[in-house]
Design a protein around this ligand. Structure first.
Ligand SMILES: [Zn+2]
Length: 190
């Protein structure tokens, strides 16, 4: 269910999702704000009022990313085979650099992330990643390989990332910008 609230000068839309959780929480999913509510709790107003500043800042940030997304173009030149070869070579390079081994790599069409890493040491790479600049493909592969060292997004993990990509926060933002850009393209294709 989509609800709206007026915060300062902007109308904010957020999705309310009921789940089996103890406490309500706000989360941000790429370019959407979600309010996760315990089952049977329907008073969203108070939670929204208590977190106005947080929400406002997030919305401004999302708007900036959406504006940036308008300026991006997908790269349609890299075919799927070239892309897969490139990713496999990068995996070999980065697993070697970080001294870890991996099991298998799977290429899948994913709707919510660029890649993932399983506890069985399998790497999943989003097929749509091939439309991104090669520097971002490289970063995503490194990010997933780093999960072979540290599964969660904790300090240790971001230290491994920062070692190779000191500006990783900007790169993560750029990945969100491309995500918005890609989603728009996919919508227009369907
Ligand atoms: Zn990650």
């Amino acid at each position: 269910m989509i609800e709206k609230a007026l915060i300062n000068d902007i109308e904010v839309e957020y999705e309310v999702i009921h789940r089996k959780v103890k406490n309500a929480r706000l989360e941000i999913k790429t370019d959407k704000i979600r309010l996760i509510m315990p089952i049977n709790h329907f008073n969203t107003t108070e939670i929204i009022r208590n977190h106005e500043n947080w929400i406002y800042n997030k919305v401004i940030h999302i708007k900036q990313l959406q504006n940036e997304a308008e300026k991006r173009k997908l790269n349609l030149d890299l075919d799927e085979d070239e892309f897969k070869t490139m990713v496999k070579e990068l995996i070999l390079e980065f697993t070697n650099d970080l001294g870890v081994d991996f099991n298998r790599v799977f290429f899948k069409k994913m709707r919510s992330r660029w890649g993932s890493c399983s506890s069985k040491k399998n790497l999943n790479i989003n097929k749509y990643l091939r439309f991104l600049p090669s520097s971002l493909i490289e970063y995503v592969v490194y990010h997933e390989v780093a999960h072979l060292v540290e599964m969660s997004h904790n300090k240790t993990f971001w230290n491994i990332i920062a070692f190779k990509y000191p500006d990783y926060k900007e790169i993560e933002n750029e990945l969100t910008v491309y995500w918005i850009c890609l989603k728009k393209c996919l919508e227009s294709l369907e």
